[in-house]
Design a protein around this ligand. Structure first.
Ligand code: NIG
Ligand code: FE
Length: 411
C-alpha cells in the first residue's frame, strides 16, 4: 500500500536523519516546504519535495491536501492512561477549596486511583485504556509513553504493565512502557516507607524486569512522597535491572531531584513547574531532556514550567500531556501545544519541535519518529484547511485535524 499526498500547503518539520533533538535557539527553527508532496510506501516515508519537482511517482492512493498542513504525529512522552474510573469528586472538592495536597493527605489522590485499580480486572483496565488510546490517536498522537504507578503492589503493577503490553501489541502506534514503581506510599506502608522501598527494590523491579514489561523506571520525587535517598535507591535498582530512569521531579518543590536524575543518566526529567538555577546547571551538558506538562499546570492551577529559562539557557525541551485521572484528565497534544504558546511563551515553532522530535527523543525513538524524514515511520497528521501551522496553536480548543496516518495507513 502506498499513498501520495499532493498539493500540501505546507509540509512541516522536514529534517535530515541526523537531527534527533533540537536545543536552545535552534528550537525556533521549524523547517518547512511550501506547495509540497509526500510519498509513503508501506509504513515508511520514502520521498517528499516541491510539487514542481514531482514526477514518476505512482501510488495506490492519492490524497489532495490543497490548503492543508501536513506534519509528523505528536510524540507524547509522558502519560498514565491505564487507570480505573475517574476522580471527578476530587475535581469538585478542589473547586470548593481543597488543594491537591489536602486531598492526598486525607487518603485521596493517587491512593484513591490505586484502590480503584486494584479492584479492576486486567480486561476492564484494557478496555478503558484502549478507549483513551483510540481517542488520542485521532487527536494526532503517533507515539506514546505509558506508565504504571496506580498499582502500588507487585501484583497490581504487573497487571498494569501487562495491560500496557497488550496495548503495545494491539495498536499500530509506538508504545513505550514505564514502571512508575514509587508513585505514592501505600496505606499499609504509611509508617514504613523503607519497607515499601525494600519491596520495590527487592521484588517489584526484578519481577517487572523478568517479564520484560518496562523500558523505564520512574519515581515521584516530591515532598510527602519520595525523597532523594528513596529516589536514588529505586533508580539504582532499576538501572541494575536494565531500566533507564525517567522521573517525576520538581512538580511542587525543587530540592535536588533534577541533579540526581542527571547523575543517574535519566533520559528525561518531567514536570519542573518549580525550577532553581542549580537545576539548569545540572541539565547543561547532559543528555537528559526536560519535559514540560502544561495541561497539568492548567488543570491544577499550579505554575507553568519556565520554558523560556530552559530554552534560553540553550537546553532542549519536550512537551507531553501527563494524561492521568488526578492532575490531567486529557490526552490532547493539540491543547498542550496551544497552552505552551499561550502560557509558557513558547513560539509555535518551539512548541511543535517540543511535541514532535523532542518528544520522540524523550522516548528514545527520535531516529524513527518525530519528523518528516526519508526512512522514518510514516506517522502523519493532515490538518483541515487552515491558514498556517501557527493557527494550530492559536485557535485553541478546536480540532484542526482531518486525517491521521499511522504506519502508512489511514487511522
Ligand atoms: O504526573 N505527580 C505525580 N503523578 C501524576 C498525578 C497522579 C495523580 O494525581 O493521580 C502527575 O501529575
Ligand atoms: Fe505524570
Amino acid at each position: 500500500m502506498s499513498i501520495l499526498i499532493t498539493n500540501i500547503k505546507e509540509l512541516v518539520q522536514v529534517r535530515d536523519s541526523n537531527v534527533t533533538i533540537v536545543k536552545g535557539s535552534d528550537m525556533k527553527q521549524l523547517p518547512t516546504l511550501k506547495n509540497a508532496y509526500l510519498f509513503i510506501d508501506h509504513d515508511t516515508i520514502v520521498e517528499f519535495g516541491k510539487m514542481e519537482d514531482l514526477s514518476g511517482i505512482h501510488a495506490d492512493e492519492t490524497i489532495d491536501a490543497t490548503g492543508k498542513t501536513v506534519l509528523p504525529t505528536w510524540c507524547d512522552s509522558h502519560t498514565h492512561i491505564v487507570y480505573a474510573g475517574d476522580r471527578t469528586q476530587e475535581f469538585v472538592d478542589r473547586i470548593n477549596g481543597l488543594s491537591y495536597e489536602d486531598i492526598a493527605n486525607r487518603g485521596g489522590g493517587i491512593l484513591n486511583s490505586a484502590e480503584k485499580l486494584q479492584n479492576s480486572s486486567e480486561d476492564e483496565l484494557y478496555l478503558q485504556a484502549s478507549n483513551r488510546l483510540k481517542k488520542v490517536i485521532k487527536l494526532g498522537t503517533g507515539a506514546i509513553e505509558i506508565k504504571s504507578g496506580y498499582g502500588l503492589t507487585v501484583e497490581a503493577e504487573l497487571k498494569m504493565l501487562r495491560v500496557i503490553k497488550r496495548l503495545k501489541q494491539d495498536f499500530p502506534i509506538k508504545v513505550k512502557p514505564t514502571l512508575l514503581a514509587a508513585h505514592a506510599i501505600p496505606k499499609v506502608y504509611k509508617d514504613n516507607k523503607k519497607g515499601f522501598i525494600d519491596l520495590v527494590v527487592n521484588e517489584m523491579i526484578p519481577a517487572v524486569s523478568k517479564e520484560q514489561l518496562a523500558d523505564y523506571i520512574d519515581v515521584f520525587c516530591e515532598k510527602g512522597y519520595f525523597d532523594l535517598e528513596d529516589t536514588k535507591r529505586v533508580l539504582e535498582a532499576g538501572i541494575q535491572n536494565g531500566l533507564t530512569p525517567k522521573i517525576h521531579v520538581n512538580q511542587f518543590n525543587a530540592f535536588g531531584g533534577v541533579a540526581l536524575g542527571v547523575e543517574h543518566k535519566a533520559l528525561s526529567v518531567d514536570h519542573l513547574e518549580e525550577l532553581v538555577p542549580e537545576d539548569i546547571k545540572a541539565l547543561k551538558n547532559s543528555k537528559t531532556i526536560p519535559v514540560a506538562l502544561p495541561a497539568c499546570s492548567y488543570f491544577l492551577s499550579i505554575p507553568y514550567t519556565p520554558a523560556r529559562q530552559l530554552i534560553d539557557a540553550g537546553l532542549p525541551l519536550a512537551l507531553a500531556t501527563d494524561y492521568n485521572p488526578g492532575s490531567t484528565p486529557s490526552g490532547n497534544m493539540n491543547f498542550v501545544v496551544s497552552a505552551a504558546c499561550i502560557k509558557m511563551k513558547m513560539t509555535p515553532e518551539e512548541a511543535i519541535n517540543a511535541a514532535t522530535i523532542n518528544g520522540a527523543y524523550a522516548m528514545d525513538i527520535s531516529n524513527m519518529y518525530g519528523s518528516i524524514c526519508r526512512g522514518k515511520k510514516a506517522n502523519i497528521i493532515i490538518t483541515k484547511e487552515i491558514p498556517s501551522y501557527h493557527y494550530l496553536a492559536y485557535a485553541f480548543g478546536d480540532n484542526h485535524i482531518e486525517t491521521v496516518i499511522i504506519n502508512g495507513q489511514i487511522y
